[in-house]
Write a protein that binds this ligand. Sequence first.
Ligand SMILES: CC(C)(COP(=O)(O)OP(=O)(O)OC[C@H]1O[C@@H](n2cnc3c(N)ncnc32)[C@H](O)[C@@H]1OP(=O)(O)O)[C@@H](O)C(=O)NCCC(=O)NCCS
Length: 161
Amino acid sequence: MEKPASASRTVMTQIIFPLDTNHHDTMFGGKVMEYMDKAAAIAAMRHARMQVVTASTDSLDFVAPIRVGEVIEVEAYVSWTNKSSMEVCVTVQSENLYTAERTTTVTAFFTFVALDDKGKPAKVPKVYPETEEEIRMFATAPERHELRMKRKRERQQPAKT
Ligand SMILES: CC(C)(COP(=O)(O)OP(=O)(O)OC[C@H]1O[C@@H](n2cnc3c(N)ncnc32)[C@H](O)[C@@H]1OP(=O)(O)O)[C@@H](O)C(=O)NCCC(=O)NCCS
């Protein structure tokens, strides 16, 4: 079975309060990552309709600060699938509620793995892209997958003393 990327699209909207910020009055990075991981997990479960775990996160690029009183919109969708794994594309946009100005603040790719009732990796439906952005992400995903596998292999090699 194949499902469109849009079927997993998940949008989470939050307003940033002082408790979400660091001593620079900008949003605490760990909090942004929590929201991203949650939105990505929902997108992966919407696609697989199974339990999922986070297998890895590619580099997270914080390109602009998020300030108190701004709204963030975390958007996630399954951009590519392999056998049991799903790549989820996540972007965070901040919005100034007074000026309506929107800024892309963070982007990242998460990999989730679907698990069966026994906790073993289970096959997921294939995803197909429709929009221009989805098509671009889908086309470039195998290359990112290869890099993740290379990183995993390198980590598994015993450290030289
Ligand atoms: C993710 C996990 C299930 C993979 O288990 P594993 O024994 O490595 O399983 P396999 O080698 O059979 O790989 C299963 C799938 O995971 C993918 N995978 C495993 N490690 C990966 C990594 N570091 N990055 C990306 N994908 C990964 C594999 O490519 C494979 O995908 P495919 O079926 O589409 O080919 C296992 O490592 C795990 O449970 N990790 C902990 C997850 C967790 O607790 N997350 C929350 C952390 S806070």
